[in-house]
Design a protein around this ligand. Sequence first.
Ligand code: NAG
Ligand code: NAG
Ligand code: NAG
Ligand code: NAG
Ligand code: NAG
Ligand code: NAG
Length: 373
Amino acid sequence: MTRLMLGRTLERICKAVLLLCLVHFLIMMILYFDVYSQRFDIFSRFNNGRNSSSSRTHPFYNLSRPNATFAGYLGTMNHIPSAHPEANVTSTAKPVPPCPEVPSGLVGRLLIEFSSMMTMERVQKENPNVTEGGRYSPPDCRAKQKVAVIIPFRHRDNHLKYWLHYLHPILRRQKIDYGIYIINQLGEDTFNRAKLLNIGYVESLKEDSYDCFIFSDVDLIPMDDRNLYHCYDQPRHFAIAMDKFGFRLPYAGYFGGVSGLSKKQFLKINGFPNEYWGWGGEDDDIYNRITLNGMKVSRPDVRIGRYRMIKHERDKHNEPNPQRFNKIQNTKNTMKRDGISSLTYRVVQVKKYPLYTNISVEIGKPPPRPMKG
Ligand SMILES: *[C@@H]1O[C@H](CO)[C@@H](O)[C@H](O)[C@H]1NC(C)=O
Ligand SMILES: *[C@@H]1O[C@H](CO)[C@@H](O)[C@H](O)[C@H]1NC(C)=O
Ligand SMILES: *[C@@H]1O[C@H](CO)[C@@H](O)[C@H](O)[C@H]1NC(C)=O
Ligand SMILES: *[C@@H]1O[C@H](CO)[C@@H](O)[C@H](O)[C@H]1NC(C)=O
Ligand SMILES: *[C@@H]1O[C@H](CO)[C@@H](O)[C@H](O)[C@H]1NC(C)=O
Ligand SMILES: *[C@@H]1O[C@H](CO)[C@@H](O)[C@H](O)[C@H]1NC(C)=O
């Protein structure tokens, strides 16, 4: 009788041990495949190679470390917090608070001038904490948004130095988590600002999961750091009071110079038009897209939204577009087919400099003018 009971107990213990072994084996298999997929990049095509989210799923072990091994991995398992309830999941990540709505280090009105000599070396020295490609994130707080600043560009290297000289420190004081993207139109065909901005949207998203896009001309410098470069509930127009317009909005529907849209707002209007070649009109088309889609432009206070523009000759191959007045009448018909959904271009080079990323693109040329008559 007792022998039978002993037998039963032993049997139960054996079953339990077997079960435990099985569970252990399963866990090992799961971890094994996880490491495997990391090392050989089997699954990277499923996330476009961009969202290597495994570092997020296993914050305690860097699987992309060159010598990551299974044994090494298991060795770290003892440190998984669940085994030590007093340990803190967030304590290994950056233990920083969210950034305040209004950063404390702002100085308000700024003195902006373009007469002093500016070199890239100087601007680099001034900004040691900006990392390759023009990236920065506040060390002492967690920003709510990730902001891609996109600059349409061609032959304006001197302006870019001033822009970087002024903007990096401003954005740093504003506690913005950002990256700077120059979209450089190659060749000498007619310039196309809005198309370059669309490209900036697509290309910056290949670099990081940005949720806010600020589109800035390279010659516009804010004169007040309270003009915060992040996205708002409605599409934002930042450059409302430029010196060249006597520090006033030139007309009510003006949306030029510097503007900002969240990813959601940008997609809602199908991005920007690709078919405005030459100077002018594209910003009005964007304004129409915004209002036609039931949104409203938001703006800073006129005393804060002041800008200084670097004086320059009109660029070559960016003559005023004579078709712009007709085109902006037709936004309602064109915006569904002409936009981020119809964007085509070719990236020729992506180069990361200490203070910005230079993305050089071929964007084609305007279609031949329709015949008169
Ligand atoms: C990357 O991951 C984030 C959050 O995990 C997600 O919101 C985003 O859509 C992903 N991006 C891509 C390209 O898969
Ligand atoms: C993981 O290791 C790789 C290669 O050494 C390194 O580039 C990456 O920054 C590391 N990631 C983290 C989160 O430490
Ligand atoms: C990885 O292992 C190789 C060979 O065992 C060694 O030479 C190398 O220094 C290791 N690298 C790291 C980062 O530990
Ligand atoms: C866990 O992290 C939070 C936020 O960083 C902190 O407030 C809390 O004290 C931590 N708890 C422990 C047990 O470390
Ligand atoms: C750069 O970062 C270091 C360390 O966080 C800090 O001490 C230094 O003041 C920063 N420099 C600038 C110019 O922000
Ligand atoms: C960007 O790269 C292109 C192609 O290499 C180059 O011609 C141009 O000068 C660069 N512009 C800047 C601002 O770095």
